[in-house]
Write a protein that binds this ligand. Structure first.
Ligand code: FAD
Length: 287
């Protein structure tokens, strides 16, 4: 099923992100984890492509596993260090596998890469155009950044480029993680003012360890509110306590978003079924 239809038909959706194994030997165990997450019946599950050290080889297979559980899936795809041929081959692979949804991303510029490179793609908008050509029926998502993309000069410029991606054919956008909902509400207002009218999925990352929180800041540059820092300071040395506090913090963020009419939520599960289940449990009476 196409995500654009799911979003149109349901005012509240809770979808989840998983990632492929970091090495080939972990493939079967990651598959098991993903199945557990799919069995929680989220609105859909997306699978990353080479992010955070993961491989890109299994994204399509894992997306098929998700569909085999009766849950719609979305395959992420990046283009930064790919030739046109590689990109077209991957789009065709996704299409042949019956995966109807693609998150079109640029990817991070690899260290030491000559960027921009004449043989490779420069921006996600080019990938969106490529997908529209090779797989016209696909439902396409794009990424957006409530605290601006780290490479962008300022928020206005960043939002202008988001608008270009949508004009090129993105059906919806998913945000980078954020921990302060006010930042998201402000961003949403600016997107709408800039004429971006597609559904926006709020990306929520449950923080379950201090190390993960530090890594999130390093990768995304997002602001950590004092309330969350206090949780990490107090409970960071106790994995059980930190996990429970992180699930509650994320659940509270989600409840506030839904209460304010922002009903499309994408949870970064970090491949932790117990965390995904904990959040859904906290929302049981609400969704
Ligand atoms: P773009 O849309 O190309 O934007 C990147 C930068 O270029 C921005 O600063 C933007 O303002 C600027 N820009 C865009 N268009 C133009 C233009 N025409 N001219 C000048 N500047 C322009 N990474 C992975 O490797 N694998 C994943 O699976 C993955 N999943 C993700 C999922 C989500 C929801 C998010 C938010 C990010 C994900 N990422 C993933 C990280 C992403 O690849 C990086 O953030 C990357 O640096 C930017 O990707 P993008 O698609 O947003 O790029």
């Amino acid at each position: 099923m196409k995500i654009r239809d799911i979003l149109r038909e349901n005012p509240v959706t809770i979808s989840m992100e998983v990632f492929p194994p970091k090495s080939d030997v972990r493939f079967e165990s990651v598959r098991g984890t993903v199945r557990e997450i799919a069995r929680l019946r989220p609105s859909f599950v997306s699978c990353t492509y080479g992010a955070g050290g993961g491989t890109s080889r299994y994204t399509v297979e894992i997306s098929q596993d998700i569909m085999a559980e009766g849950v719609p899936s979305m395959a992420h795809m990046t283009c930064i260090s790919s030739t046109k041929d590689t990109v077209r081959t991957q789009i065709k692979k996704i299409k042949d596998a019956g995966v109807e949804n693609i998150l079109a991303l640029r990817g991070d510029v690899p260290d030491g890469m000559d960027f921009p490179h004449p043989r490779y793609y420069e921006h996600a908008v080019q990938l969106v155009e490529e997908i529209r050509e090779v797989y016209p029926d696909a439902c396409i998502g794009g990424a957006c950044y409530p605290e601006k993309h780290p490479d962008a000069f300022n928020k206005d410029e960043d939002i202008r480029h988001i608008r270009e991606k949508v004009d090129a054919g993105c059906d919806f956008l998913t945000t980078q993680m954020f921990f302060n909902n006010s930042i998201y509400y402000n961003y949403l207002y600016r997107l709408r003012e800039a004429g971006v009218t597609v559904p926006i999925l709020a990306g929520i990352m449950p923080v379950t360890s201090r190390r993960q929180m530090e890594r999130s800041i390093q990768l995304s540059g997002c602001v950590i509110p004092p309330e969350l820092t206090a949780l990490a300071d107090r409970f960071g040395d106790s994995p059980r306590a930190m996990q429970q506090a992180g699930i509650l913090y994320a659940s509270h963020q989600i409840i506030d978003l839904i209460a304010n009419g922002c009903g499309h939520i994408h949870v970064y599960t970090m491949n932790k079924p117990e965390v995904a289940a904990g959040i859904l449990n906290n929302l049981r009476g609400i969704i």
